[in-house]
Design a protein around this ligand. Structure first.
Ligand code: NAD
Ligand code: IPM
Ligand code: MN
Length: 358
């Protein structure tokens, strides 16, 4: 099969981790006799620097014509000085919107060999295996902002949802749950927000179409607590753009590190952007110590979702598990060490893939 992938390394650790993810795709393609074509484009701060725009037209066109997009991360402290529309983050938000990526799938599973990387006790965290289904194209991220007033003392953003936006993300969450433990917890703030009350009513309506699914609701403050008290209790968490953003970093920490968490941002046609949950990590960029496994696992999601190649995707995931089981750790996974760098752990995954005889 021919794979045509738009690669957007982005900023900070983005290019460092993306390189290893592309190497892994290359090794996987080699061993299964696929042809990998990668086209590289700028996004975020690097795009602003080179083109004066965090999402250049060429990047958007390249992403539209590819089978899928593999993205590193965006963001740079220098972006804080820019007007909102030129910030690096705006490049990613615009790309998601323009590609119609409304469903962000963020799985968190504790690998038994990483139990010590979790800040929680083994008893609390063992068997944690959940998926956050985050609405990605609406809510407060895309509601009307006022900007900061001239007097510099007032600003507001609006959290707006249309029923149709809630319906489509709810169906995605329920469909995922049908292939898992059939348990959906919808997370909102319906005790305070009108948009959350619409959210809750709509989820209840769609739940009637899925009688096998056990559906419940939880306020977001309680969900944040339950995630650290009883992460095993969750199967599928369905939530809005902002709440999903926050809870997914928490879910990442629960299973060991944000350096492990992969995601898929999907549109109606099942195409999309495959991106680690973490950001550009300016505090460690350039040190060669970033964990590339979130990017590599995002590449596995790409292969499964875009090409329906389950064996190839599983081999990538199993190879990640194998190098962790062999004891390799980047610093985020073991504060006391000994640890290895981005290249070492990433190449070990590729090496493991290339060793397979099919
Ligand atoms: P961050 O995810 O970049 O970093 C948070 C912490 O996690 C840092 O201590 C960092 O060193 C660590 N970390 C992140 N990725 C890691 C990895 N692969 N390996 C090891 N450690 C890792 O979040 P932040 O510091 O809040 O934001 C930094 C910049 O990234 C900002 O500009 C922000 O807007 C941007 N951001 C982008 C994305 C994205 O592109 N999807 C996501 C989150 C944040
Ligand atoms: C993420 C990031 C982005 C988001 C930012 C960089 C726009 O935090 O992918 O989780 O908030 O969606
Ligand atoms: Mn985030």
């Amino acid at each position: 099969m021919k794979w045509t992938i738009a690669v957007l390394p982005g900023d900070g650790v983005g290019p460092e981790v993306t390189k290893l993810a592309v190497d892994v795709l290359d090794s996987t393609a080699k061993i299964f006799n696929h042809e990998l074509n990668t086209d590289y484009y700028d996004i975020g701060w690097s795009a602003y620097k080179n083109h004066g725009n965090p999402l250049p037209q060429e990047t958007l066109e390249g992403c539209k014509s590819a089978d899928a997009v593999l993205l590193g991360a965006v963001g740079d402290p220098r972006g804080d000085e820019l007007p909102p529309e030129l910030r690096p983050e705006r490049g990613l938000l615009a790309l998601r919107k323009k590609l119609g990526c409304f469903a962000n799938i963020r799985p968190s599973r504790l690998l038994p060999c990483l139990a010590k990387a979790s800040p929680l006790t083994l008893e609390t965290v063992e068997n944690t295996d959940l998926v956050i289904v985050r609405e990605l194209a609406g809510g407060i991220y895309y509601g009307e902002p006022t900007g900061i007033t001239e007097s510099g003392d007032t600003a507001f953003d609006t959290m707006k949802y249309h029923r149709d936006e809630i319906v489509r993300i709810t169906r995605v969450a329920f469909d995922i749950a049908m292939n898992r433990k059939k348990k959906v917890v919808s997370v909102d703030k319906a005790n305070v927000l009108s948009s959350s009350r619409l959210w809750r009513n709509t989820v209840n309506e769609i739940a009637l179409e899925y009688p096998e699914i056990e559906c419940s609701h939880m306020f977001v403050d309680r969900a944040a607590m339950e995630l650290v008290m009883n992460p095993q209790g969750f199967d599928v968490l369905l939530t809005s753009n902002l709440f999903g953003d926050i809870l997914s970093d928490e879910a990442a920490a629960v299973v060991g590190s944000i350096g492990l968490l992969a995601s898929a941002s999907l549109n109606e046609d099942g195409g999309g952007i495959f991106e680690p949950v973490h950001g550009s990590a300016p505090d460690i960029a350039g040190s060669g110590s970033a964990n590339p496994l979130a990017a590599i696992l995002s590449a596995a999601m790409l292969v499964r979702q875009t090409y329906s190649l389950e064996t190839e995707a599983s081999l990538i995931e199993d190879s990640v598990e194998a190098v962790l089981e062999a004891g390799l750790r980047t610093p985020d996974l073991d504060r006391r060490g000994p640890t290895v760098g981005t290249e070492t752990i990433g190449s070990a995954v590729s090496h493991h893939i290339l060793q397979q005889t099919l």
